[in-house]
Design a protein around this ligand. Sequence first.
Ligand code: NIG
Ligand code: FE
Length: 418
Amino acid sequence: MKADLIINASTIACCTEGKGAGIIEGGYIAVKNGRIIELGKGNAPVNMEGSNTRIINAYGKTVTPGLIDSHTHLIHGGSREKELPLKLKGVPYLEILKMGGGILSTVRSTRSASKEELKSKAEKSLDRMLLHGTTTVEAKSGYGLDFDTEIKCLEAAAELNASHPVDIVSTYMGAHAVPEEFKGNTRGYMGFMFEKVMPYIRENNLAEYIDVFCEEGVFSPEESRIIMQKGKEEGFKLKIHADEIVPLQGAELAGEMGAVSAEHLLAASDEGIAAMAEAGTTAILLPGTSFYLMLGKYAQARKMMEKGVRVAIATDYNPGTCPTENLQSIMTFACFGMKMTPEEIIKGMTLNAAYGVDKVMEIGSLEAGKKADMVIFDAPNLEYIIYHFGINHVSTVIKNGETVVENGMIIKNKGIGR
Ligand code: NIG
Ligand code: FE
């Protein structure tokens, strides 16, 4: 029987239900066979300290649940740093897309890459995520758009899920843009997704969710509703990129359709916020994207929380609007951009993010019975992680009870807990 015992932790952020982050100052966590069996304040129970138990002294350190990055566009080819001069000139994001750049330029790079190339690029990203404390990631397709490339990307995600310690939750996002071959024929493209792509993904269990980019010049609210309805009928759970740039009542639509999550939401209306609270839709906010698009505006996290919406925070890792795998930097943007407290932020990347991917029975908090996915930060408290920004504070990552990062380095990379 394999056991670990973390002792003397200066801060444990349990991230359990209820107000605050469930902070324990000076405590222990006992793990057996990949699960948390007990945790609390003070000294660990003596009977855990057998010879088979590995003791980890976390004095001066902070322990949190493994971070969950609940919104990423993990699998893609190429990079878009060449768009930087356009961005600096102030050319708007949707304008670059209209000119065939943006998402459509990544579509070209993704189509021309082999599955192996996409996997090795994404594997590097997963390594970076793990090193920064992420143990579960949601990954959207949507840079292939045609049948072969979407399937290639979703298969790449499934294969990486089987081989890499980070768990991947897959989303089919064919509705990320209308591909050039269907330009001016959005309905034709929707028919193609409905008849050719969605049934295949379902039959082959390649995605749990569908997502749609409901945005001016991309998919209208009416088209988004039809796509979500079809996805639901096919048995997918729903996500939506809602009210990112132009207010289109995407949050209202998320509530109406019973979406698990609505994401971005910078321009969400009061009615949309109420609809999400009512439906129990998790708001996944992406402050790194606000920063990177230089929008001068962040989602109204405080208002959403006051109105009873569960708020999660994610990177939006993608090659255009937020090219970073580092959730710790995003913590700082959430704090300074959206005025969230460190306890609210860590909950947004653990328990609330687990709701955002519908995995709350297994992960997202430190409590007996849950998976032992944990991060030990070389920081005495949560505030310090956010305050001292732009660096990696992670010293140890434990995934399914196995230590996968030690002293800030990956020590194990395959077949963890499977
Ligand atoms: O979430 N908004 C749409 N999709 C991504 C950006 C994709 C890209 O620019 O490549 C986002 O911001
Ligand atoms: Fe996104």
